[in-house]
Design a protein around this ligand. Structure first.
Ligand code: BTN
Length: 251
């Protein structure tokens, strides 16, 4: 039976990275639903070894520990659950629905204001069917990103100053509505259907940027583990990681 969703929030004025700290504490047995939120991170991390920076109290910087019964190959679905929760929470808080760009960026008017970094916790009990996952999210509330970036904030994009802790509660409520879906096949199918229904990348011409190359094609589908299918010169290619650029303006 699915365990009840009772997130426990731990607040820190400053941490290196909420993800790094929570991965360490998950290794030592922290329970599912442990949430770390920081006013400031001195070593915040983004996807693909990038940094994630924000002045104190300008953003939601948090990480959530999940322990779903899922294969490692499907662990990316946890970031999808978080992305859907964040999209819905933003719409509830601002009355404006942001776009989701694959893999899990949140956009208003083509500019990013939120991103997700999920990490697998090294397993202490190898026989367990549960995978410990730390899902970290950064949402720019009043900070629109470093000057050279093309990012935005909820304040800039919607004209509203969203209070962090109120938003965190909305986010955890929406995540609670989805996290139990990770535990069985029919739930995972439901989650993927919701994702495919709202992912703005599908149907677009995109450029997929990889470590040392990039490809242009038509984003056409999402696989069972959340991977992106792109038609390039008549061939369907699958991407499990990478950055995507939408080559037509987002609406
Ligand atoms: C991305 O590159 O889009 C992902 C950004 C994830 C940033 C968040 S902020 C809270 C958590 N702690 C980190 O160090 N990173 C994630």
């Amino acid at each position: 039976m699915a365990e009840p969703w009772n997130p426990t929030i731990h607040h820190f004025e400053s941490l290196g990275s909420t993800n790094t700290s929570l991965v360490a504490d998950a290794t030592n047995g922290a329970p599912a639903g442990t949430v770390y939120v920081a006013d400031f991170q001195t070593a915040g991390r983004g996807r693909r070894d990038r940094t994630w920076e924000a002045p104190p109290k300008s953003s939601l910087l948090c990480s959530v520990l999940l322990r779903p019964t899922i294969s490692l190959a499907e662990a990316h679905l946890a970031t999808i659950a978080m992305a859907l929760a964040a999209q819905t929470a933003v719409e509830r808080a601002t009355t404006k629905a942001p776009l989701l760009k694959w893999p899990n960026d949140l956009l208003f008017d083509g500019a990013k204001f939120g991103g997700i970094l999920a990490e697998v916790v090294p397993q202490s009990s190898p026989g367990s069917q549960q995978v410990a996952l730390v899902v970290g999210i950064g949402i720019n509330l009043t900070f629109s990103g470093p000057p050279e970036s093309e990012a935005t904030s909820l304040e800039k994009a919607t004209g509203r100053i969203i209070e962090r802790d109120a938003f965190l509660h909305l986010l955890l409520e929406e995540l609670g509505n989805r996290q139990s879906l990770l535990n069985n096949q029919s739930g995972r199918t439901t989650l993927l259907a919701e994702y495919k229904g709202v992912l703005s990348t599908l149907g677009r011409e995109v450029r997929v940027e990889l470590a040392d190359t990039s490809l242009v094609g038509q984003a056409s589908t999402i696989g069972a583990s959340g991977e992106l299918g792109v038609e390039v010169d008549g061939e369907l290619l699958w991407f499990h990681a990478g950055d995507v650029v939408h080559l037509r303006p987002t609406t």
